[in-house]
Design a protein around this ligand. Structure first.
Ligand code: PAF
Length: 323
């Protein structure tokens, strides 16, 4: 663990005591006024309320510590203490979590939240300890939609040959290949420049990201297909977690819960108001009907068979069965 310790010298009645505040470097990809920023603020405030100034949280928004894969690797080797991140590169660390990236698996936000908060989600979090990480909680981004510069997407044919950026996520990559697009996996810090330069036509992200990252400045069309739910995760360095006493662990768990509540609150608001905001900012938005979504699902039949053999039909069915 390479955490830095700031020593505060306090003079008390002629004696000198040393109080150590541990710096806690928390990196995330988006701005402070995003759902990640809301989660980070709630995390920091709760930790301070519970443990005083034992930990000095230093926030690094806007990919200030690098892309999500780099940050998670930094947490593994102990140069970074914590992150709030998407599921983009998670299956490189815990392959089984890729099941949550399967398109059209979750019906709605409450289905996803109940699954992640329930036994299936909690068992998945526990697997991160074997990957040199400690997963505190599942946060949230919302359902992902497609934006692009070519035109509205309502059928798989509209995706034909579309150069769409995906996360560095094999499950998403397979789905967009099956749908006839030309997917390009790319780390988030490269996405906006690539859209500006026309190196890619589109990308896909939830309203929380599209609104907070002002993707309307680089994309004309937004198609509300909700092809996949996008969880977020709060990860800590394992040596940091293992070095905490029980009271501190309880405080970190509480801070994690507060971060999740803040992220979900942000997502609820942006799901209700985000489309109107983006229309006001000039985006052309089309709804994708249930029948139109079915056409995407039908085209994913072979990819689905692969997902079932990779993650187990039983697990996928048990996720679908969550109320
Ligand atoms: O698209 C992504 O890579 C992620 O959704 C993002 C925007 C980095 C948030 O985690």
């Amino acid at each position: 663990m390479t955490r830095h310790f700031a020593l505060a010298v306090t003079l008390l009645a002629g004696s000198t005591t040393l109080a150590a505040a541990a710096d806690l470097k928390l990196g995330y990809a988006l701005a402070e006024d995003s759902h990640y920023g809301a989660g980070a603020k709630a995390f920091e405030e709760t930790l301070t309320a519970e443990l005083g100034d034992a930990f000095a949280v230093q926030q690094f928004p806007n990919s200030g510590l690098g892309g999500e894969r780099e940050v998670i690797e930094g947490i593994q080797i102990g140069t970074i203490d914590a992150t709030i991140a998407s599921s983009g590169t998670l299956s490189n660390f815990v392959p089984e979590v890729g099941v949550f990236d399967v398109p059209f698996l979750f019906r709605d936000l409450s289905h996803a939240r109940n699954t992640l908060d329930g036994e299936i989600g909690q068992e998945m979090l526990a697997k991160f300890d074997d990957a040199g990480l400690h997963a505190l909680a599942w946060g949230e981004q919302g359902f992902r939609h497609i934006t692009n510069s070519r035109g509205p997407i309502a059928t798989p044919a509209d995706l034909d040959g579309l150069k769409i950026r995906t996360m560095e996520n094999p499950v998403h990559l397979k789905a967009f290949e099956a749908l006839g697009a030309a997917p390009t996996p790319m780390a988030w810090p490269e996405v906006i420049p690539a859209l500006q330069q026309g190196a890619i036509d589109g990308q896909e992200n939830p309203l929380s990201v599209i609104v907070s990252a002002n993707l309307n400045e680089v994309q004309q069309y937004l198609s509300l297909d909700g092809h996949v739910y996008s969880p977020a995760i709060i990860l800590l360095s394992k040596p940091l977690w293992d070095g905490l006493d029980d009271e501190q662990k309880a405080a970190f768990d509480k801070a994690g819960e507060a971060a999740v509540a803040a992220m979900r609150g942000y997502v609820d608001t942006v799901e209700a108001e985000g489309v109107a905001t983006l229309r006001e900012r000039g985006m052309e938005v089309n709804e994708v009907s249930a029948e139109e979504k079915q056409a995407f699902q039908d085209q994913l039949a072979d990819a689905y068979a692969d997902y079932e053999s990779q993650y187990g039909k039983e697990l996928m069915d048990s996720i679908i069965a969550v109320e």
